[in-house]
Design a protein around this ligand. Structure first.
Ligand SMILES: C[S@@+](CC[C@H](N)C(=O)[O-])C[C@H]1O[C@@H](n2cnc3c(N)ncnc32)[C@H](O)[C@@H]1O
Ligand code: FES
Length: 451
């Protein structure tokens, strides 16, 4: 028994340049069209759609197969796809003139294709050509740099509702030939479209990377743009065991704003979901340690109307925290403390200390001490809640946390990602009991301990 009336597999496989594939022939757009059509015809709950890898008929792509009948449709385009949605998926009549008829011939073609691919791999292996699965990692910095530079130049905003390379170059005061190259490359990675010599934003860039857009994320993107430079020092950092950047690491005002904006965006999304999972029944006053924009303070206070909070952060950040909290209309319930969490008093009388994205900034000894001082700041029965990238005992997973350890290496004196066992050791040493690990959707988890 199938869980859905139909299951559609549409191939969106992308292959290296010069090799036929459904992606090259527009399968991405067709998959999007299919999804929209299914929703528009109220078929989303009866038809399960799965994008899939190569089906073996690449020369005839884009391809899709519909089960339970096992009907293969090849050489799809927008018009053919609409006919299939109406005929097959809506009215239950496979579209015979578009369906692949001779399955024996298809089978022979797929087997020949598989042998060809295996033969090509063997030849490349013999010649020592770097395989795609390795090359991808070696070269992916180029695509990242391309997008970061486009944001730094504010190129997506300059394009507005469409423009030419010449006009964009004049507006941004950039070199016309180089501007054309970067615009073409952005089309190649499908972040822009091009018709004639006119370029346009895609829905994605129009929504996220244009000034004043619905989800204008340019300021949050400038933080990774800064990290780019730090990551360039990784080789020397691995040799030295600490960050080696020549600058002091202090952020200017603009960089601090970009960093806090990036944090706010991330925490604004996760805050509500995270706070809803917590038991706040006996909680009256919380300390948001290194609270940044106050996104979590806002989530806590919105969750429980009689809660008050203290937000502790460095003096440069506190004015930004005050502005975000004022924006949320919560200034009267929040006290702000400017200081250094490593050496300044944390205050007292809290029944919850929220330590989110903090421990990865510090080395093991600093964390051990900080957690001890949090214990002292809490009332008996109070809880510490640490939110961070929590690694498994091998410290190799989750993938994001393991890579983030290097982000801390290049950016801080002694920061890293830590394992669940390390957090538990520090918390027990401080005196915390009933320690629990609460996995969350996404890259960070919670570790909770009671005084
Ligand atoms: C990675 S952000 C986390 C912000 C927020 N807790 C969250 O989860 O989104 C780290 C925060 O710690 C603050 N911070 C860094 N060093 C600090 C220090 N020595 N004392 C107090 N706050 C500090 C930063 O200004 C920043 O707001
Ligand atoms: S890439 Fe789609 S069938 Fe091969």
């Amino acid at each position: 028994m199938e869980p859905f009336r139909y299951h559609v597999y549409i191939c969106t496989q992308n292959k290296p340049d010069g090799i036929p594939c459904c992606h090259r022939d527009g399968a991405g757009k067709l998959a999007l069209q299919l999804k929209t059509d299914l929703a528009a015809r109220e078929l989303a709950d009866t038809v399960q759609m799965t994008t899939c890898g190569c089906l073996g008929l690449c020369e005839k792509g884009p391809n899709m197969v519909i089960y339970p009948e096992g009907t293969w449709y090849t050489e799809l385009d927008s018009e053919r796809l609409s006919r299939i949605v109406t005929g097959h998926l809506l009215n239950g009549e496979p579209v015979a003139e578009l369906a692949l008829g001779d399955m024996d011939a298809a089978r022979t073609e797929i087997i020949a294709h598989n042998r060809k691919v295996a033969g090509m791999k063997a030849v490349m292996d013999q010649a020592g050509v770097i395989p795609e699965e390795l090359n991808r990692y070696i070269r992916s910095f180029m695509e990242s740099r391309l997008v970061l530079t486009a944001v730094e130049l504010d190129l997506f905003t300059a394009l507005g509702s469409g423009s030419t390379a010449e006009k964009v170059a004049a507006q941004l005061e950039t070199d016309p030939r180089a501007t054309e190259s970067i615009l073409n490359a952005l089309v190649a990675i499908e972040l822009l479209t091009k018709e004639g010599n006119s370029y346009r934003n895609t829905d994605l860039t129009a929504d996220y990377l244009v000034a004043g857009a619905r989800h204008d994320s340019r300021s949050a993107t400038l933080h990774p743009a800064k990290l780019w430079h730090r990551w360039s020092t990784l080789t020397d950092c691995v040799k030295a065991g600490t960050n080696v950047a020549k600058d002091s690491g202090e952020r200017n005002r603009e960089q601090t704003m970009a960093f806090i904006a990036a944090m706010h965006k991330n925490a604004g999304f996760r805050g509500k979901m995270t706070v809803q999972q917590l038991d706040l029944e006996d909680v009256q006053h919380i300390l948001d340690l290194g609270g940044g924009s106050g996104a979590y303070t806002i989530a806590f206070l919105q969750q429980k109307p009689d809660l008050t909070a203290t937000l502790f952060d460095v003096p440069e950040v506190i004015p930004l925290s005050e502005a975000y909290i004022a924006d949320a209309g919560l200034s009267e319930r929040v006290t702000f403390v400017a200081g250094d969490m490593i050496k300044d008093p944390l205050g007292e009388g809290y029944d919850l200390v929220w330590v989110s994205a903090i421990c990865h900034m510090w080395g093991p000894e600093e964390n051990r001490n900080l957690i001890k001082r949090v214990y002292e700041a809490l009332d008996p029965g109070g809880q510490i809640i640490i939110q961070d990238f929590v690694l498994d005992d091998q410290k190799t997973a989750p993938r994001f946390g393991a890579i983030f350890a290097l982000n801390m290496l290049v950016n801080t004196r002694s920061g890293s990602s830590y394992s669940r066992a390390e957090y538990e050791t520090w918390m027990r040493a401080a005196g915390f009991e009933q320690i629990v690990h609460k996995p969350l959707p996404g890259p960070t988890d919670l570790i909770i301990g009671i005084k």
